[in-house]
Design a protein around this ligand. Sequence first.
Ligand code: SF4
Ligand code: SF4
Length: 217
Amino acid sequence: MHQLSSTSSATHINAGSFGLWLKQARDALRGNGGMDVPCGECVGCCTSSYSILLRPHDTALDIVPVQFLSGVRGMAYPHAKMNPLENGHCPMFKAGCCSIYSMRPQTCLDYDCRIFAAAGIDAGETRPIINKRINEWQFDYASAEDRDAHEAIKAAAAFITKHTKSFPTEHAFTNPSAIAVLSIKVYELFVGLVHIQDEVSFITRIIEASRKFDAMF
Ligand code: SF4
Ligand code: SF4
């Protein structure tokens, strides 16, 4: 995983209003609605070796052949994981598109690669298609607060990435999705923050802020 370069010469694709996106993303993280991503022709998340979590309410559970499913650690069936094929494609990705589009799992409805653009990080070196799109996204800002919020999310991601080994094991995130999500949950701690004096106690504040966010369902 790398921080995105601000001097990137990528083509730009409109990611929408940052303030509106952030509200929608935080609502989705609380289970209130999915994301509406202007994906266009991109099929990055269907072809990038993701295992897709299927939840009990996902009707896809009834149609995905069992050979593509496996258990999920710490979760009882009918939670299941749909595993990618050897080529990294989702087994439901056929003829260039999702073959179960109207029944695609909540995980797919919620996925939004703009979380990485918001956090200023890429999706990991094994996901070049997604990284290309991350570099292309460009948000609009309706206010100085929106810009400050974006800078705070990037600062949160940089801090969490740098100090991940100092977090307690259950919070020691190393994968880019988890770092981006945590940054979006706790970014308010980083708004206007210039210097962190005591990094250990700041990590405690991050964990508390994350718990508080999760408790607000
Ligand atoms: S990588 Fe991003 S733009 Fe591409 S399909 Fe996935 S969510 Fe859409
Ligand atoms: S279920 Fe459909 S939308 Fe979800 S990853 Fe597979 S092909 Fe893509």
